[in-house]
Write a protein that binds this ligand. Structure first.
Ligand SMILES: [Zn+2]
Length: 484
């Protein structure tokens, strides 16, 4: 329990709650005081007075959740209320994952699919302009961002089917340096996807050469999460080691029935590697992934739900097998008709999902794609599902561990200073929830149902979610590396 600089008066007092502070330490009863956007008191009841008092008896008071793996680059500007996130207790999103960041954008080029068709007011030719826009037009949540290698490739590599030339790699390196200077948290890659699949290990090391100087991280959607997952881990670790920076393995999983159970090996390998370098992984709590529609996936996966289609938008939400029956054609032909687009692939084993979630080096990230017309339920459900289903119902780990995986451990992994733990001096990002009832309600059939049991969400001292409804306030900060 921390009791620094005991104030007699605070702006807001959360009275009588059970604090789970995000460090992994056991819960304790305490009042929590907020003054001028920061936590000013954590301690014994009756020790300070407040202009505004919130009775939170019987509820858990935790640091606001940090979505370590978000694709809300555009959403935080276009839909700043961010209800999908605040309704599950998220107070900070980390954007720019999987190689795809909204900035920089270059006119005349075709950005990676999730960022295509972006209106001119969301096109930024440099990363600093994007962050400045976020600062000028705050969302309900705090926003931090990685700069994406795929987005840079699209701007600077003339032929995306080959590795970058030296000059192209240098141009990307300079753009990364500018983004880091502006406040990017690090570099993300997505060599699984075509615009970056031709990039070699050498290319990525050349592009990220300045990361260490700015204490950036390297986050990667690895080249392979199926048969070649072990080699992909080796490649990712080698890149991070060459760059001298921490590695974040994005949405760690193994895909395809032939690979079920292999997370025993992948987690062993990651554990072994982390004896000599800093490594963590993020994970979402579902057995279906969500990604671009690709013909080669058909052999590995017999259950696919369409989440968006550029050619046939009305098909969002339909199962591919149902479309094939409706159109009296093969699944291949049906997929061809709805491409390009995105889909949910049921290709994971529940035991693997639990094993990854429970690993001490795993943090929670939604990987939710807010641009999809029929999103994967992870967009609205991830955090409540980890708390309610995996911690409370299945007992996979204690609530203190669940909270740490979405707060303190995440802030540490991404170098977010002054957030992630509920302690005096930290920013007042606070989520108050009912441990007995918190649960996700978003499903594959009803993917945008808000979670239950999240009572209050406070961002920088201002309520954005009060008694289960949004307040409309937009107190989010643009979090820049090292000055967050
Ligand atoms: Zn990804």
């Amino acid at each position: 329990m921390t009791e620094l600089a005991l104030p007699s008066r605070v702006d807001l007092l959360l009275r009588g709650g059970t604090v789970i502070d995000g460090s992994g330490a056991p819960r304790f009863l305490a009042d929590v005081g907020v003054t001028a956007g920061a936590i000013s008191f954590v301690g014994e009841a009756g020790r300070c007075e407040a202009r505004q008092v919130l009775d939170v008896q019987g509820l858990v008071v935790a640091p606001g959740f940090i979505d370590s793996h978000a694709h809300d680059d555009r959403a935080v500007l276009a839909d700043p209320g961010m209800q999908a996130k605040i309704s599950q207790g998220v107070t900070t999103v980390i954007n720019g994952n999987c190689g795809n960041s909204l900035a920089p954008f270059r006119k005349g080029t075709v950005p990676p699919l999730p960022l295509r068709d972006v209106a001119p007011q969301y096109q930024f030719d440099n990363f600093a302009a994007y962050l400045d826009q976020l600062q000028a037009h705050p969302a309900s949540v705090n926003v931090a961002s990685l700069v994406g290698h795929t987005s840079l490739r699209v701007c600077h590599v003339r032929d995306l089917g080959r590795p970058a030339t030296q000059e192209e790699a240098l141009a990307m390196r300079q753009a990364v340096q500018a983004a880091l200077q502006a406040g990017a948290l690090g570099l993300s890659t997505g060599t699984f996807y075509p615009p970056a699949a031709a990039a070699t290990q050498e290319e990525i090391v050349a592009v990220g050469a300045d990361l260490a100087r700015y204490a950036g991280v390297y986050a990667t959607h690895m080249r392979n999460e199926g048969d070649g997952v072990m080699e992909a881990i080796d490649e990712s670790a080698a890149i991070a080691a060459a760059l001298g920076v921490p590695l974040v393995v994005s949405h760690h999983k193994v895909m395809g029935a032939a690979n079920f159970g292999r997370t025993v090996q992948t987690l062993d390998k990651l554990r072994l590697l982390s004896q000599t370098q800093k490594i963590c992984q993020d994970c979402y709590p579902y057995t279906a992934s969500s990604s671009l529609l690709r013909l080669e996936r058909l052999q590995q996966c017999d259950d696919i739900i369409i989440t968006s289609s550029r050619t046939m938008p009305d098909c969002a939400g339909a199962r591919l097998s149902e479309l094939a029956v409706r159109w009296n054609c093969s699944r291949e032909e049906a997929l061809g008709r709805v491409m390009p687009g995105t889909g949910m692939y049921f290709m994971m084993d529940e035991a693997d999902v639990r094993r990854v979630l429970a690993d001490p080096a795993t943090i929670i990230g939604s990987d939710g794609i807010s641009a999809d017309s029929y999103p994967h339920p992870r967009l609205w459900g991830t955090f409540a599902r980890v708390l309610g289903h995996y911690s409370r119902e299945l007992g996979l780990f204690p609530l203190e561990v669940a909270v740490r995986k979405m707060t303190g451990a995440t802030a540490m992994a991404f170098g977010l200073q002054g957030r992630g733990e509920l302690r005096v001096g930290h920013a007042a990002d606070i989520t108050v929830f009912d441990a007995g009832s918190v649960i996700d309600r978003a499903t594959y059939l009803a993917p945008t149902e808000p979670a239950l049991g999240i009572e209050h969400v406070i961002v920088n001292g201002t309520a954005v979610w009060a008694s289960g409804v949004p307040t409309g306030a937009r107190p989010g900060h643009c979090l820049r590396r090292s000055d967050s």
